[in-house]
Unconditional design. Structure first.
Length: 235
């Protein structure tokens, strides 16, 4: 009886956490905002929780990236996400989530604050990626490869780490680990277009569009499909 009671309490605890984080409601403005605000409050209540820290970084990025239009507000929220991810890496430097969301939030924070901040963010982004890949290079079906490939692709060569050959290698690796990653197909197609390899880009676009639709990730899916269709028009 005692063992049963403990099991029920643990299950209730998991259910409560699932409700508190609201990640499953992220596809609407109300749900994304609720997740952001709830986790922001939890960060203050549970300052030593690694899980709360990295999940707030994720929620802040998602909310600002997809729903917040005001430029100043976006800067504030991306800064919050960056700082929470930094905190996560200190609370648990041996777990990949904090390092990944630090890289993502640094990138968005840099873009929101201008070219100089964006260039200055490259080194800490690459450091975060390296730390995360040292723990598990294939974490989350190659998320680190996709992120690093994007940095190699978009950063200028010469004055930064820009290297389109390295970007291509990373995109290929990301797709080998997760052939249903619509974003990776879009990134790779953009790179191929930049390189003038239109036929290969068209193949990547079609493969990206052919992936089965994931309704649980509606915001990201709709965004990526629209971007792939825009690339198709460019051809």
């Amino acid at each position: 009886m005692k063992r049963f009671t403990i099991g029920v309490l643990m299950l209730v605890g998991v259910m409560l956490w699932a409700e508190e984080d609201y990640w499953g409601e992220r596809n609407s403005l109300e749900g994304a905002k609720k997740g952001y605000e709830t986790l922001k409050a939890l960060v203050a209540q549970k300052p030593d929780s690694y899980e709360v820290a990295w999940k707030f970084a994720r929620a802040a990025y998602h909310y600002a990236e997809n729903f917040v239009k005001d430029k100043n507000q976006r800067k504030v929220i991306f800064t919050e996400g960056k700082e929470s991810a930094e905190k996560a890496t200190k609370l648990n430097p041996n777990a990949p989530e904090g390092w990944y969301w630090l890289g993502v939030c640094l990138g968005s924070w840099g873009e929101a604050n201008g070219i100089m901040q964006s260039l200055g963010a490259v080194k800490p982004i690459m450091n975060a990626i390296a730390k995360g890949m040292a723990i598990n290079p294939n974490w989350d079906n190659g998320a680190f490869y996709n992120l690093r490939g994007r940095v190699y692709h978009r950063a200028p060569a010469g004055i930064s780490v820009g290297d389109k050959q390295k970007a291509e290698a990373d995109y290929k690796q990301a797709l080998s680990l997760n052939p249903n990653n619509r974003t990776a197909y879009r990134f790779y197609a953009e790179l191929l277009l930049d390189l003038g390899r239109k036929e290969e880009a068209a193949t990547m676009i079609e493969k990206g569009l052919a992936i089965p639709y994931d309704a649980s990730n509606k915001v990201s899916e709709d965004k990526e499909i629209a971007l792939l269709q825009a690339l198709k028009k460019r051809l």
